[in-house]
Design a binder for this molecule. Structure first.
Ligand code: CAA
Length: 261
């Protein structure tokens, strides 16, 4: 499948790299890019050998500098709502993709870019990364999930402050408030991200998928129901070949050879 605005590359061991590829406009998201992103996520979802999806932006300056302001400028309310719904659909599909997703933020992640990064399971940032929801400066509010995902990640008060001031947050500060898991020198960011992805790919694939599902689904449930979901998934692991292999390998003091079943 060929894309115009993104690049989807299988790296190895089931690790995929998706690059938003519109560097001339700092990888701004227009409707075509959102549509391709949705298709790429669906394609990764269909690959039972997929292990991890990394998302980054082309060039050295930006992850994604937001929704495409030029393309949005003339939208009427119904069209703007449709754009928001399109992005929300694509980002939700990314969020519930069966394999872990990591945003590799190599520069500006503003507006829709910050919202895309927050739809991944976690964010790794280069020292040059800059986050923010600057929409109020354009006379609009975040429309790709920012009002909700930012609050869930950093808490209501910090999210509110960032959204109503529109101010930028540097990488290290983003780590301190819980938006970013780790900050690396820009030059080694992708290497670190790939190393983390390969570490995940070396673990039991069924277990990794189940772990993601339970963490994702459990966060919207009360504790009793969430823990019940965990018990079910824990039990399910014991029906897999990989559980047998993982435990035998430990007892035999060797590396496991998982079969993804
Ligand atoms: N949409 C369209 N084009 C964009 C863009 C965007 N979000 N961000 C940058 N560009 C374009 C610029 O217009 C410029 O194009 P030209 O070369 O044709 O002039 C090019 O990318 C390079 O940008 P700058 O010259 O502005 O680069 P800079 O280094 O001076 O500034 C920046 C970088 C601070 C990121 C600045 O580009 C900027 O503030 N961009 C907009 C950020 C923003 O407001 N994002 C939110 C968008 S709204 C949104 O996302 C709504 C939502 O919730 C879905």
């Amino acid at each position: 499948m060929s894309y115009q605005n993104i690049v989807l590359e299988p790296i190895r061991n089931g690790v995929y790299l998706l690059t938003i590829n519109r560097p001339k406009v700092l990888n701004a998201l227009n409707a075509e890019t959102l549509s391709e992103l949705g298709m790429a996520v669906a394609n990764v979802g269909k690959d039972s050998s997929a292990r991890v999806l990394l998302i980054t932006g082309a060039g050295e300056k930006a992850f994604v500098a937001g929704a495409d302001i030029k393309a949005m400028q003339q939208l009427n309310p119904i069209q703007a709502r449709a754009l928001s719904r399109q992005a929300l659909g694509a980002f939700r599909a990314l969020e519930v993709l069966p394999v872990p997703t990591i945003a590799v933020v190599n520069g500006f992640a503003l507006g829709g870019g910050c919202e895309l990064a927050m739809s991944c399971d976690w964010i790794l940032a280069g020292e040059n990364a800059v986050f923010g929801q600057p929409e109020v400066g354009l006379g609009i509010i975040p429309g790709f999930g920012g009002t909700q995902r930012l609050s869930r990640l950093v808490g209501r008060a910090m999210a509110m402050e960032l959204i109503v001031t529109g101010r930028h947050v540097a990488a290290e500060q983003a780590r301190k408030i819980g938006l970013v898991n780790h900050v690396y020198p820009a030059a080694s960011l992708m290497e670190e991200a790939l190393s983390m992805a390969h570490l995940i790919a070396s673990k039991g694939p069924v277990a990794v998928r189940l772990a993601k599902e339970v963490v994702q689904r459990g966060q919207d449930l009360d504790l009793d129901n969430a823990c019940a979901l965990e018990s079910q998934a824990f039990g399910l692991c014991f029906g897999t070949t990989d559980q047998g292999e993982g435990m035998v390998a430990f007892l035999e003091k060797r590396q496991p050879e998982f079969m993804n079943q």
